[in-house]
Design a protein around this ligand. Structure first.
Ligand SMILES: [Zn+2]
Length: 248
């Protein structure tokens, strides 16, 4: 899910290196290409101003393909990676329709492998024209993460799931201008708040940390204390305290 942005635009004060880098490992990974599932586009109301703006701003095939490949690289590194398992998502349908809010993703089919991303036409209609393509791609990338991420057998906090989706969006250089690092009360406040905390962990424990978090959400049911202790030897509250101290 993507919620409505907060009203005050503040420039982000964190620098993210993006998805590209030049290590030998990456060069090997880039030779392999993840397979992209079947992609579909449905537009419920072609006369809606949001539909016209969407079609003028982006190429849906490119947006869905690029978003999928970017998130797969960040969460699964390469197709033959022995340490991760890409979920067997069989298709993604992007549905532009008239509803309040921004976007949400649902799964269906035998193994929940058939995904639908619902994207709000009224939301698209009101995006600032100067950054419409970036915002559409940012929302699509966030929702695509939900099509390919794990959730600790349904037990992970929603804030962690949303944080991983926005961490990917951050690393694709698609973060909206109102995002900023700020102290929040809880590590699982979600969205960009948890995304910046995850980025702190990625920098502190090394590249691939969020990938390890996602992989652990596949392997076992989420139990908060065990989950973080087994990954980092520390409780999440302790890590979060370090993070908030680093902001001061
Ligand atoms: Zn979401």
């Amino acid at each position: 899910m993507v919620r409505l942005p907060e009203p005050t635009p503040v420039p982000p004060n964190v620098h993210i290196n993006g998805t590209s880098s030049h290590s030998e490992e990456d060069e090997n990974a880039s030779k392999e290409r993840f397979s992209v599932p079947a992609l579909q586009l449905q537009i419920q109301d072609l006369k809606h101003p949001g539909a016209t703006r969407f079609l003028n701003a982006v190429n849906a095939t490119d947006s869905l393909t690029t978003g999928t490949l970017n998130l797969l690289k960040l969460l699964y590194r390469k197709p033959s990676d022995a340490e991760t398992t890409v979920p067997p998502t069989s298709s993604v349908t992007l549905i532009l329709e008239n509803f309040p809010g921004v976007a949400y993703t649902v799964g269906s089919g035998a193994d929940n492998n058939v995904k639908e991303i619902h994207f709000s036409l009224p939301y698209i209609a009101q995006i600032n024209p100067s950054r419409i393509a970036e915002e559409i791609d940012g929302v699509i990338t966030h929702e695509l993460v939900h099509c390919f991420q794990y959730n600790g057998h349904g037990a992970a906090p929603g804030g962690l799931i949303e944080g991983i989706a926005d961490w990917v969006r951050l690393h694709c250089n698609l973060s909206p201008p109102h995002w900023k690092q700020e102290v929040t009360e809880n590590w699982d406040a979600g969205y960009q708040h948890t995304a910046y905390f995850l980025e702190f962990l990625e920098q502190r424990f090394g590249r691939g940390t969020v990938r390890r978090i996602n992989e652990k959400l596949r392997g076992s049911k989420y139990h908060e204390r065990d989950f973080w202790m087994e990954l980092f030897g520390q409780e999440v509250e302790e890590l979060f305290t370090e993070y908030t101290q680093s902001l001061q």
